[in-house]
Design a protein around this ligand. Structure first.
Ligand SMILES: Nc1nc2c(c(=O)[nH]1)N[C@H]1C(S)=C(S)[C@@H](COP(=O)(O)O)O[C@H]1N2
Ligand SMILES: [Mo]
Length: 185
């Protein structure tokens, strides 16, 4: 049987809802820095022109918020996690990747999933990603609930051990698989 398009308990919404804790950061793009580090051979930092100079990948994916709304067929453009990993050289023991914003929001995803489908998006539908939706740079991990898609990413950290993030410390299921309804623990 063909799998349903929408995971159980989700409903398609019109438009693109906004959801985050804290403030939308006002750091100018010219001052945005991305630090890539943790369990890697070469930690590095990129400024905005360097981020834009990396090979660009497009990802078309649905987006499922654990509160019940889904948006379909989002087109994201940006830097594949695999591209950052290629430059950083994760240690063989690395199993997870943590994304963090500048104000204490973070979330962790399994490395194999991040490498297979994770993107740091700086554009959506070909236009620069709106600030309120995580611009200039946000993670997109399509196979997991949207709280794993960290907005305003300033740090990507490869981890040997799993760490709980902002929502996972507040009762969200760290697996976050919408098809298994891994919402709360
Ligand atoms: N930095 C940061 N990223 C975040 C959040 C947040 O509060 N802070 N909320 C998450 C949640 S719960 C959802 S549903 C999506 C919402 O993304 P959107 O506002 O672009 O629709 O962002 C995720 N990424
Ligand atoms: Mo969400």
């Amino acid at each position: 049987m063909e799998r349903a398009r929408i995971p159980p308990g989700q409903g398609v919404t019109k438009g693109w809802p906004l959801l985050h804790v804290g403030e939308v950061p006002s750091t100018p793009v010219a001052e945005w820095r991305l630090a890539v580090g943790g369990a890697v051979a070469h930690a590095f930092e990129l400024d905005w022109p360097q981020i834009l100079a990396l090979p660009e990948t497009e990802l078309r994916a649905d987006f499922h918020c654990v509160t019940g709304w889904s948006t379909l067929d989002n087109r994201w453009q940006g830097v594949a996690l695999a591209e950052l990993a290629r430059r950083a050289g994760p240690e063989p023991t690395a199993r997870f990747v943590r994304f963090a914003d500048p104000q204490g929001y973070d979330t962790t995803v399994p490395l194999d999933r991040a490498l297979a489908e994770g993107l740091l998006a700086h554009r959506h539908d070909g236009a620069p990603l709106a600030r309120e939706h995580g611009g200039p740079l946000r993670a997109v991990v399509p196979g997991l609930y949207a709280w794993k898609s960290c907005k305003w990413v300033v740090r990507v950290e490869f981890l040997v051990r799993e760490e709980l993030g902002f929502w996972e410390l507040r009762g969200y299921h760290n697996g976050a698989d919408p098809w298994k309804e891994e919402r709360l623990v």
